[in-house]
Design a protein around this ligand. Sequence first.
Ligand code: PEP
Ligand code: MG
Length: 894
Amino acid sequence: AKYVYRFSEGGMDQKDLLGGKGANLAEMSRLGLPVPPGFTITTEACRAFMRDGVVPADLRVEVTLALREMEDSLRRGLGDFHEPLLVSVRSGAKFSMPGMMETVLNVGLNDASVQGLTEYTGDERFAWDSYRRLIQMFGKTVLDIDGDLFADAHDALKAERGVKDDTELTGADLRGLVRTFKEIVREQSGQDFPQHPRQQLDMAIEAVLRSWNTDRAVLYRRQEGIPGDLGTAVNVQAMVFGNLGPTSGTGVCFTRDPSTGHSGVYGDYLPNAQGEDVVAGIRNTVPLAELEAINPEAYSELRQAMRRLETHYRDLCDIEFTIEDGRLWLLQTRVGKRTAAAAFRVATQLVDEDLITMDEAISRVTGAQLGKLLFPQFDAEADTELLTTGMAASPGAAVGEIVFDNAQAVARTEAGAEVILVRRETNPDDLQGMMVAAGILTARGGKTSHAAVVARGMGTCAVVGADALDVDVARQEVRVAGHTLHAGDIIAIDGTTGEVFLGEVPVVDSPVMTYISHGMDAGLAAAPDEETRELIVAVHRVLSHADDVRRLGVRANADTAEDAARGRERGAEGIGLCRTEHMFLGDRRELIERVILAGDDDEERTAALEALLPHQRADFIDILRAMDGLPTTIRLIDPPLHEFLPDLTELSVEVALAKERGEVDEKRERLLAAVRRMHEANPMLGLRGVRLGLVVPGLFALQVRAIAQATATLRAEGADPRPEIMVPLVGSVRELQLVRQETERILAEEGRAANVLLDLPVGVMIELPRAALTAHRIAEQADFFSFGTNDLTQTTWGFSRDDVEAAFFSQYLANGVLRISPFETIDGEGVGPLVRAGVAGGRATKPQLKMGVCGEHGGDPESIHFFHSAGLDYVSCSPYRVPVARLEAGRAAV
Ligand code: PEP
Ligand code: MG
């Protein structure tokens, strides 16, 4: 295999092999933009390293050749005494994993080349500072030495010299610090800091490869659903220096406003600094526009590069750059990360500029992004006490208790609290706390700081750089605006505006949701500002286009009239699943208990059923009225029995205690005997669905009768109810046939009584492997299919859907058996083929058979794309997810 690609050899389509950063560096080189020379070690090398535990032998040779070319083109040598070349060694995987893996800078510095660097730059202080940075980073990431040892020695030196700022240390001070750092390396690792530049390079490459599997990287991938076997690429690139003095600097910029998509100059610049200083948020940056005054030529060259990149990618790009002694270098670019709101506005803005089509626009946004815009927000009318305003880094509204570290964050969330993680700044060690927090608040750092980038990635609300906050972790308090707050105190943060409030703040619907539910006028009226009005228009354009192009219908899962109405407001074209068992919980549980426990006592059972009938009829009238004119799939009862009978253990204890007291309670003892008889070790696989319907006479009949009467009543009122009767958990066509016969008999009977024709469709859930595999037979008795992918997943994997996630999924996600829960995203490899078999079987018998899906997967973006490709007619999901499903169904179609 070829493990090393020069930047001139790759391109942006090779993210699998070169990682995102490497592929884009190659693309920029190809475009002739000023990129420091370098090469990329492929993800394949990383996979080989993970497999064998050593770097492939060929890699060393390929690195030698690529390095020599680099040295020749620059006329400098790695570790050279006169003209030293220094390189950075950076990770870069296919999917961005900000701050999760390692980077080593200044590789190639040693006791000799530090002299060369002094000569080359004419700056002794700079050269020794670079050397100390190398030893520090190398010691920590390559040799695994506790980083605090270096930081403490650095601080001690500053204290000794009586200075506050790093830049106040002299060249001689730093030379002494290098000596101290080398001693730390020797003591801690038992070896000298390696002087041989090539040895430094090889060790750094290996450390970066290894960092693919650090705990925090593994945790991050699990959270983001990134497969663990992809591996990272490694980019080795000539160093350029942004810290050579006032004519140097480093920055980050966007090719257009990352929140509105309007063109303009957006970014941060930090004079006389290295890139790491910006990302760490340690010093405060100046707006990019100020670069024009500082260095007009570099500024103008940067503007040209921005335009070039945007035209090439036809999208908002973000760029990291460094100016070394007046000369511009581009270090990285990518299609820019953006907030959910920005994604919609940027996409429609690009359409308006004729850079992309509407079809492309809908593929530039995601259902997950739309979902975020639907979150409730703080009530603008509420009385609030503003503590301070920081930078709005990741949108949303969060209210919670202050916590200061991972341990508190985890403990309080486990106790059921919502928490806001408050830190001076965050780093990768804070990941665990960030993951459980409802919101993240930092005192330092900009929009590109670790806290901001990670929070956006996780969709967690964040406010950063609120520098009025005095965060004192040691004393477990934060002081702001005359208040001293402690862990456990409630605050509210608004990631859309950057505001931080004291105490609870009430939360209201998002204006985008108001638009979706109540139309454009209502949405615009609810929008607090022009930006939000623009956003609503952008969402409207995107969603309307998705509705135009999608083939999949979208229905809602709803068991109550309110939910049905909510789904309909949000664009549902029907109900795909009304779970009737939920109607039997609460007060009516006793009635259903009577039906099930009646046994051979026909009279008792009939009485209980008759008591239920009016309730059921009323339920159906409500729902069918809410869905007037739209198909409404009512599923006959499918209760795991344990949800409807008294708990066996509790009942046994009650009876035993009564006995002890010498009481005789015949009724209870009979009940206990019945419950014992019906008790199942795994009720999920037992007497459920159609099985229960066939075993307990009259139960399904009652429901069919209630549906028939509700329909007749509504028709008499002039309404247009469209119920569809659905039979759950069918495994054999005979089961369906039996239910169908009885259903048709009752419909005919009720039809005669009300003098209306009731030929309601009778369909079936395909949710057992046997049903999928015998779909051609089942279709003979079915008017429609609906795939129940929850049960289909449970029975295909043999996972109990109620227990498995808590029991061992975290291990299965960690060891890579699962990439994501198969109950969340359809398992395309194992469950998908059963869906396809069901579709093929059903259509073989009835080419026009209507087919949908009503498992949880119906609202999951990735799964929706699968259902589109499998040829289903509609998806059905919770009312909340209906807009998301509409968008994703559109995206699947273009
Ligand atoms: C299913 O199994 O996917 C389904 C929709 O039914 P339930 O979740 O009610 O079992
Ligand atoms: Mg089911």
